[in-house]
Design a protein around this ligand. Structure first.
Ligand code: ZN
Length: 447
């Protein structure tokens, strides 16, 4: 047995400017790490994998998803964020409160295996299903079993104020599961933020994250609530720091976005969700104008698909639509169009940065963890490959995801997830879905 693997003769998109990209080269994996990248590598005893019909690149990185919603896929495609019949009313206030730990576990497993299948190697699980201490254990078990790299962002429930023991549960979970930094799972804190809870509670949650040394992730600028200047109040109180990822930012004022930039925060855009559900205009240009490069996130599978191809295309298409509209109207000072290279970086490097993992993943760099995907170039939807980056961003879809490695371990090969009983998972998904739907009294959409 060797723990070396040599990916041979692939198109290599390292996305690391020092390493460069190659129309044909090899990647050597040694244990959990990338050992070397370049043409004609040799390694005694290494298992060789033919990558001659593959694009080899860093795994995609999702910087915000409520993974427990895996069993609620597509349940809210025709409802908006706000109102009587809405995501907030149905998902967070009707279905979430009846979730048992096992429903969160199965919901997470469904979402995580779907993510891996789609070439996502790192995910931030914005886990605001934490009604009891046991919900935390259940979700962490799913994250561990899946083999994905993840930030477990402990989330306070949104349908009620925190339990009186909640902060103690958080401290206990941080100690029990996250005392080592040298593991696939890292700890974060997910706070609803000042738009949804009183200032003092939000402040105490943010302070707890900092006490625990955890990165903070928070929804801001969300629809109507985002227009009330609440993030600005947090900023004026000196609470914005470089340990925080701000999600959506769709209805923030320009001053509030500038506060994020000035404090060194990162941003997560969930552009398909923001456009379809009424969060407000995706603030892509407001970020770019201030030199802030966003990460991308799927957010909710209740509404949108689970892959980063959709994410990349929605952001680049929207930014181009807006700027060409200006150009056609004869306006001056039209911004530069985003390129496919920008988008592939948002879906990898910027995700790693937002998740606090840029030293481990996000590029193919010798010494970093071997989080690698191989995308098939021999399928009728994509050959001939004339521009590999353009092909990934505009041409491919999840059917091209052949292989997925996390920390050197193969989780998907030859188009198939490894070690997953998909039939059993499907059965569990229906059982848990049936339970939460019937217990909550929610009516599934009729056809
Ligand atoms: Zn969200």
């Amino acid at each position: 047995m060797t723990d070396k693997t040599l990916l041979k003769k692939g198109i290599i998109l390292s996305l690391d400017k020092k390493v460069g990209n190659f129309m044909q080269a090899d990647v050597l994996i040694d244990g959990t790490k990338i050992a070397a990248i370049g043409p004609n590598l040799t390694a005694e005893g290494a298992e060789a994998i033919d990558a001659s019909n593959m694009i080899v690149m860093p795994g995609f990185i999702d910087s915000h998803r409520h993974v427990w919603e895996g069993i609620l896929r597509n349940i809210g495609t025709d409802v908006p964020l706000e109102g009587d019949a809405s995501y907030l009313a149905f998902i967070l206030n009707t279905l979430a409160p009846v979730y048992r730990p096992e429903d969160a576990y199965v919901g997470d497993l469904v979402g995580l295996y779907g993510a891996i299948d789609a070439g996502i190697t790192t995910i931030l699980d914005w886990s605001h299903i934490q009604a009891t201490r046991e919900h935390g254990d259940a979700v962490i078990r799913a994250l561990q079993e899946s083999g994905i790299r993840a930030v477990f962002a402990y989330g306070y429930p949104w349908w009620k104020y925190p339990d009186e023991n909640q902060d103690q549960w958080i401290r206990d979970i941080a100690k029990q599961y996250f005392s080592s930094k040298d593991q696939l799972l890292t700890f974060g804190l997910a706070s609803p933020g000042p738009e949804f809870i009183p200032f003092e509670i939000a402040k105490s949650q943010w302070e707890l994250a900092r006490e625990l040394g955890a990165r903070l992730t928070v929804h801001v600028g969300v629809g109507t609530a985002g227009k009330r200047g609440k993030l600005g109040e947090m900023g004026k109180a000196g609470l914005l720091k470089d340990d925080t990822t701000y999600i959506h930012c769709t209805t923030l004022s320009d001053d509030e976005i500038q506060m994020i930039v000035d404090s060194g925060g990162t941003v997560s855009l969930a552009s398909p969700v923001e456009m379809m559900m009424g969060h407000g205009m995706v603030p892509i240009q407001k970020c770019l104008d201030r030199g802030l490069r966003p990460s991308l996130s799927i957010d909710v599978e209740t509404n949108v698909p689970n892959d980063m191809f959709t994410q990349m295309r929605s952001v680049i298409a929207l930014q181009h639509a807006l700027l060409f509209e200006k150009k056609l109207a004869g306006e001056g000072n039209v911004p530069e169009p985003l390129t496919t290279r920008d988008l592939i970086e948002f879906a990898t490097i910027e995700g790693a940065r937002a998740n606090g993992l840029a030293d481990k993943t996000g590029t193919l760099t010798p010494g970093k963890e071997a989080d690698i995907i191989m995308l098939r170039t021999d399928k009728p939807n994509i050959f001939p490959i004339n521009d590999p980056i353009g092909a990934v961003v505009w041409g491919m879809d999840t059917s091209n995801v052949d292989s997925v490695f996390v920390a050197g371990k193969a989780l998907k090969r030859n188009g198939q997830l490894l070690g997953v009983d998909v039939n059993r998972l499907q059965q569990k998904a229906y059982e848990c879905r049936d339970y939460v739907v019937s217990k909550s009294g929610f009516k599934l959409p009729q056809i």
